[in-house]
Design a protein around this ligand. Structure first.
Ligand SMILES: CSC[C@H]1O[C@H](OP(=O)(O)O)[C@H](O)[C@@H]1O
Length: 370
């Protein structure tokens, strides 16, 4: 039994009413981190569990866990587990071991800012507690900080939903790209959280989701979530986004983000930039929904690192039969996992601190630093 402040445990319990599914959580009785392996969705629902931070890191690299906020929560609990492991070996080299774990976790995926924000928060909590009160306090501090990050993600998502739902009305058809729902966060969602919240408020909306090649977060994860919620939707191939907007089939577009910098330049799943271009061409409002933990306020677009993943993701797809190749195995493939949408194509940011409108280089800092 691993313990944290009882008030934190009570707050966790109070959030269950918002959680449509618990895609990742910490099992305090067993002292392990638990997650739903999103690579198998919608065909199978398999939960994984571990007390080893190295296994959490691999789950992030392999996209068992994916989505900027979910990656942040997993990184936080992974580093907390690393502190517990290091403490079990005694005090010698404790902070060196925690620093090594931090480096390993931060080497998993480079684009989502939530990951680095989360590891810094947990590392600082562990280091401060260790300096003041020793090993046991450091382990507890790490787990408590990770749990606070989890709680804040759920609460922040619900606030994003509440704020964003005001921008939607019955009759809207909302286009979304990639998965930004429960399976990308601690359990409610950002862009898909706005759609979920509006639906929960009784707004008669529908969704157009792109399939989101190559990993098919739309065709696999959005389909699973929207079907569970009973929200009407159509699935389209990524390259149909322009046509559906040209035909007036979409009234608004809402996407998530992996990193938003001080100028408003936004890194998100590959294909987002093209959706934004089509939205501008056809007068469709284009919103980016993200929590404060996705914003990097001390940097501009030069800080955005675009992850390049295995060419095999382009050469095949995850299907009901597992990975299926769709071309020759030796084809040269280029697989940037994200692109950057410039601020002039973004109508507004929907955040847990409210809606942020242009000029973004002024208003982002004003909303988030205040
Ligand atoms: C709630 S933001 C999720 C964000 O993360 C996704 O990337 P990936 O599936 O590669 O982790 C995508 O960019 C989503 O918008």
């Amino acid at each position: 039994m691993v313990d944290v402040d009882p008030s934190l445990r009570r707050e966790l319990e109070s959030l269950n009413r918002f959680l449509r599914v618990k895609p990742l959580y910490f099992d305090f009785d067993e002292g392990v981190f638990v997650w739903l392996d999103t690579r198998l969705i919608p065909f199978k629902e398999v939960y994984r569990r571990t007390a080893d931070y190295r296994r959490v890191a691999r789950a992030i690299v392999d996209m068992e866990i994916r989505g900027a906020p979910a990656i942040g929560v997993a990184a936080a609990y992974g580093l907390a587990l690393a502190a517990a492991e290091a403490a079990s070996r005694g005090g010698d080299g404790f902070m060196e071991a925690v620093s090594e774990a931090r480096r390993r976790i931060e080497s998993t995926r480079p684009t989502a800012y939530n990951l680095f924000w989360a590891t810094a928060s947990v590392y600082n909590a562990v280091a401060e507690a260790y300096r003041k009160s020793g090993l046991d306090a450091a382990v507890r501090a790490g787990l408590e900080e990770a749990t606070r990050i989890y709680v804040e993600d759920v609460k922040g998502n619900v606030e994003i939903g509440r704020v964003g739902s005001r921008l939607l009305e019955s009759g809207d058809t909302v286009l979304t790209h990639c998965n930004t729902g429960a399976l990308a966060t601690a359990g409610f969602g950002t862009a898909l959280g706005v759609i979920r919240y509006a639906w929960m408020e009784g707004k008669d909306i529908s969704v157009v989701t792109t399939e989101t090649r190559p990993v098919l977060q739309g065709a696999r994860l959005n389909v699973w979530e929207l079907r569970k919620e009973g929200i009407p939707f159509k699935l389209i191939v990524d390259s149909a986004a322009g046509l559906v907007m040209s035909r007036g089939m979409v009234s608004k577009a809402i996407v998530g983000a992996d990193r938003i910098v001080s100028t408003g330049h936004t890194a998100n799943k590959i294909g987002t930039y093209m959706v934004a271009l089509a939205a501008r061409r056809h007068g469709v409002p284009f919103y980016v929904a993200a929590p404060a933990s996705t914003f990097q306020l001390d940097a501009g677009p030069e800080a955005i690192v675009i992850e390049e993943r295995s060419p095999d993701e382009v050469r095949g797809v995850i299907s009901e039969a597992g990975y299926v190749r769709i071309t020759l195995g030796d084809v040269e493939a280029y697989n940037p996992s994200f692109d950057v949408t410039p601020p002039d194509l973004i109508t507004a940011f929907i955040t847990d601190r409210g809606v942020i409108e242009p000029p973004f280089d002024v208003n982002i800092k004003r909303a988030l630093e205040g």
